[in-house]
Design a protein. Sequence first.
Length: 152
Amino acid sequence: MSHSLLVNGSEYAVDVDDDIPLLWVLRDTIGLTGTKFGCGIALCGACTVHVDGLPMRSCVLPVGDAVGKRVTTIEAVGDTAEGARIQKAWLDIDVIQCGYCQSGQIMSATALLAANPSPTDDDIDAVMAGNICRCGTYPRIRAAIKLAAKAG
């Protein structure tokens, strides 16, 4: 089935079934490989993208549900004020260790700042709880979110 997707401000015509997860369309059809596959059941957060500004797990989101909506991936999140601040803070705090989960972490953190420009530790913990980091960089993630919030 042919679909038109708006991803990172560009229109893409994709010929895929309605129920294929958005993750695989982004990675395999469109070629945007920054969004990662982690668990495949929406538990780890590695595949997080924004759909109309909200963080969504692309591994379980059927592509048909993204038609007519704005999809933003890690490749373009830095084009937003919050995304640029988060990315800078990630580098300033040296958050990344192995890096595999970081695109999903950054997408969730950016959505948090867009919705709540001055998050508390509890706010950060609640939103970021759905993103798993096997390297355990959680204290640096929290510090980077706080730094990005102060920069706003």
